[in-house]
Design a protein around this ligand. Structure first.
Ligand code: AKG
Ligand code: FE2
Length: 437
């Protein structure tokens, strides 16, 4: 009982002092109807006056109303104020739930509250210096969900590896080690896409931690893919808090995330759903050949789970662009996930943290021979299925030069803007991509 009220109090400390300050995130001339505004006002007043039951009961109809607004039309056209209100009501809901943890008639447990925070983080827009991310961190810590990896800053966290950085670029044929494929869960064999004999295929070159100037002169300006080695080895994710299935469960297992369900996003049966990371692991990762693939793909997990953000760093080379504006995405899934041949508009560092991935690359100079889909939604994706290439249907593709590689933990692949890429995981895999420009 005491522990529960301690949790509630530590969460309440994150709130602004006065109800007006919480309400101030809604701008004066908003499109939100007065009836909704007065419900929000009532919920906030009840929360600040300790009427948690009343505050919580007001949240359900409010969230239903906002949900409807969020799901009308295209996501990009949804007015930002509705997303902010979704976050605001999620804050009220999570706080009043935390106060009612001991109320046996309510059936609220730690998962209920984390789910409320996550729904706000996923559907809402950040408010009050990302209060929902701060609340979920506080909540996980207070509830002891962070387990044995509970954060403790050590000197090793800030280890600087610069002294060890060697500047040398090598031919991949001589440096590709034959390290064995290791993987913690299923190790069934995942087949590579068939080689296309008419294409001249080379390995992506590897370069050990070049200086920024050297990277710019050799790869960035001429826009050549390269695997930079020895550049991210100091990340806590690869050292002190070495990521593993157990570690991810411990830090983020209870968190709700969007996953893609289906072999690849070009298929009709492909869909998305919200599940916890524990469910992703238990249901989809234990059997590599499981019929249905689930992939936590292109998700800004690090804005949601701050503990994981502390385990990685933005690569130094991003200073060649606007390093304030880097999109960091997580890609976590079982063996056999496929990102079909596609292109993205920004520079990319695809960093491998757990497991292995096979990548094929084609230069943007050959876009004419890549047969992009006609539809607006898939115009950045090729119609060519690399796992079953049909060269009669796509003849111009047959003679293109191809680059390929296998990414292993510690590898950082530079993909220049608009370079076509196909990615298949060969084991349970976690990659982090940095898109920058
Ligand atoms: O790792 C993957 O499955 C795809 C990564 C990707 O397409 C990207 O980082 O742009
Ligand atoms: Fe991509």
């Amino acid at each position: 009982m005491e522990e529960k009220s301690a949790i509630r109090n530590s969460l309440k400390k994150l709130l602004p002092e006065k109800p007006e300050d919480l309400l101030s995130i809604i701008s004066e001339n908003t499109v939100i109807e007065n009836s909704v505004l007065s419900l929000i006002d009532e919920a906030v007043q009840n929360l600040y006056h300790g009427n948690d039951t009343k505050a919580l009961d007001l949240c359900e109809p409010l969230l239903d109303k906002v949900w409807e607004e969020l799901n009308t039309g295209y996501w990009k056209d949804v007015p930002m104020c509705w997303r902010q209100v979704y976050s605001l009501v999620s804050v009220i809901k999570a706080l009043s739930e935390s106060a009612l943890l001991s109320d046996s008639s309510r059936n609220i447990d730690h998962m209920t509250i984390l789910k409320t925070c996550d729904m706000g983080l996923l559907m809402g827009a950040p408010i009050l210096n990302n209060i929902l991310a701060r609340m979920s961190r506080e909540f996980q810590e207070a509830f002891g969900i962070l387990g044995k990896w509970k954060r403790e800053k050590t000197d090793e966290d800030s280890l600087d590896f610069t002294q060890e950085k060697k500047q040398k670029c090598e031919d991949p044929k001589t440096t590709n080690d034959s390290s064995e494929r290791k993987d913690e869960t299923a190790s069934d064999f995942i087949s590579l896409p068939p080689p296309i004999k008419t294409q001249k295929t080379r390995e992506v070159p590897r370069c050990s931690c070049p200086s920024v100037e050297m990277f710019q002169a050799m790869f960035h300006d001429p826009r050549h893919p390269v695997i930079i080695t020895d550049a991210i080895g100091y990340w806590p994710a690869l050292t002190t808090r070495k990521w593993s299935i157990d570690y991810l469960r411990s830090v983020a297992g209870c968190r709700t995330v969007p996953v893609e369900i289906g072999a690849r996003y070009t298929e009709d049966s492909w869909t998305q759903k919200l599940i916890t990371i524990n469910e992703l692991i238990d249901i989809y990762m234990k059997n590599a050949n499981s019929e249905t693939k689930a992939y936590l793909a292109q998700h800004q997990l690090f804005d949601q789970v701050w503990e994981l953000r502390d385990d990685i760093s933005v690569p130094v080379y991003c200073c060649l662009g606007d390093d304030e504006d880097v999109d960091i995405n997580a890609w976590f899934g079982p063996a056999g996930t496929i990102s079909p041949l596609h292109q993205d508009p920004k520079h990319n560092f695809l960093c491998q943290v757990m497991g292995e991935k096979h990548v094929r690359l084609y230069s943007d100079e050959h876009t004419d021979s890549m047969y992009p889909h006609q539809s607006h939604l898939l115009h950045n994706t090729s119609q060519i299925d690399l796992d079953h290439p049909d060269l009669d249907q796509f003849p111009k593709f047959s003679n293109l030069p191809c680059l390929e590689c296998t990414l292993r933990p510690g590898d950082m692949l530079y993909i220049p803007p608009y370079h076509w890429h196909y990615v298949k995981s060969l084991s349970v895999s976690f990659s982090v991509s940095f898109w920058w420009q």
